[in-house]
Unconditional design. Structure first.
Length: 180
């Protein structure tokens, strides 16, 4: 497993969000939900900035950034429970918005991200994202992501919840101010 710390990955996420708000904040400026760009469009841009950061740092050379990566070897990503008999039962599909990982391996999964645009989500969706992040960062499950991020994007701020070891560990709030 890699030696990348929470502070290291928070730096990458902070930089990617800063770049997004400086260069692409118009993607969040819409008058109605119907006029808004899709969450996938926004996730792509942030993923682009994360990938750009990783490419210039040799500590991240083994990682790929993928959006809506839906595979785990020969089967779709999902959340499972194990019965007393040792049988795995799928309890739901689970396609992350964005991941930083080493493809074709679950031993070096670095970070999983779920995003929401402020004001455009239901409470049920938030609960599903929380469950997914707890599951994917639980070291007892197959994915073993080191870090999880639930990020709510406001027009000039990002509300960031950080998960580790199957639990929410911290909460950050970044405010972007337009440069003059």
């Amino acid at each position: 497993m890699n030696n990348i710390s929470l502070e290291d990955i928070k730096y990458v996420v902070n930089h990617a969000l800063k770049m997004f708000y400086q260069l692409d904040s118009e993607l969040l400026n819409y008058k109605t939900e119907e006029a808004a760009v899709s969450e996938r469009c926004i996730v792509f841009r942030i993923g682009w900035y994360i990938q750009s950061m990783l490419q210039v740092n040799e500590n991240y050379s083994e990682f790929s950034v993928d959006s809506e990566y839906n595979r785990c070897f020969d089967h779709p990503k999902g959340m499972y429970i194990q019965t007393l008999e040792g049988i795995k039962i799928k309890i739901g599909n689970a396609i992350p918005d964005l991941i930083i990982h080493q493809r074709k391996s679950n031993s070096n999964n670095l970070a999983i991200f779920e995003f929401k645009k402020a004001g455009s989500y239901a409470e049920a969706g938030c609960a599903d994202d929380y469950k997914k992040l707890m599951y994917f960062t639980d070291p007892n499950n197959e994915y073993k992501f080191k870090f999880g991020f639930w990020i709510v994007l406001h027009k000039n701020a990002a509300d960031v919840h950080i998960f580790q070891s199957g639990k929410e560990k911290s909460h950050l709030y970044y405010i972007w101010k337009a440069e003059k």
